[in-house]
Design a protein around this ligand. Structure first.
Ligand code: DQA
Length: 150
């Protein structure tokens, strides 16, 4: 059984009411429920964490050492500038998949850059709630293949 930490960054607690034309109408609870179902099928234990605070996200990543086999993260706006979250992921060396609801490459210029992508196994962006499902499947496969469990 693989343990996966799912991290939701700032403003994602507002999903459902936040700019639905960009982010859709599903709430964070809906997305987590969908992932929990998928997790069961993939023999994965999921733990969810949402924070609007950079330091709390970093602390949660640190405490995943020896506990999580993989991290699925939507860093929200931190994607574009948090070297500190990038360094935390790089330090713990836990395989990470980055996901986004919207296609960050097709929006404002400042969203095109991800400082997280270079320390992630990969990035999935633009498929709405399906980005999470696709990211989770990709991470499950990667963790199983690597054979390293916490
Ligand atoms: C987001 C994209 C980011 O640019 C934005 O700041 C978010 C959500 C996405 O899931 O599409 O908060 O990560």
């Amino acid at each position: 059984m693989a343990n996966i930490l799912v991290v939701h960054g700032p403003n994602l607690n507002l999903l459902g009411q936040r700019e639905p034309e960009i982010y859709g109408t599903a709430t964070l609870e809906d997305i987590n429920r969908q992932m929990t179902e998928l997790g069961k099928q993939q023999a994965m234990n999921l733990e969810f964490f949402q924070s609007n605070h950079e330091g709390e996200i970093i602390d949660r990543i640190h405490s995943a050492v020896g506990q999580a086999d993989g991290i699925l993260i939507n860093p929200g706006a931190f994607t574009h500038y948090s070297i500190a979250i990038r360094d935390a992921l790089s330090a713990v060396k836990i395989p990470t998949v980055e996901v986004h609801l919207s296609n960050i490459h097709a929006r404002e210029d400042f969203r095109r850059q991800s400082v997280i992508a270079s320390v992630a196994v990969g990035q999935i962006s633009g498929f709405g709630t399906q980005s999470y499902a696709l990211g989770l499947l990709a991470l499950a496969e990667y963790v199983k293949r690597s054979g390293h469990f916490a």
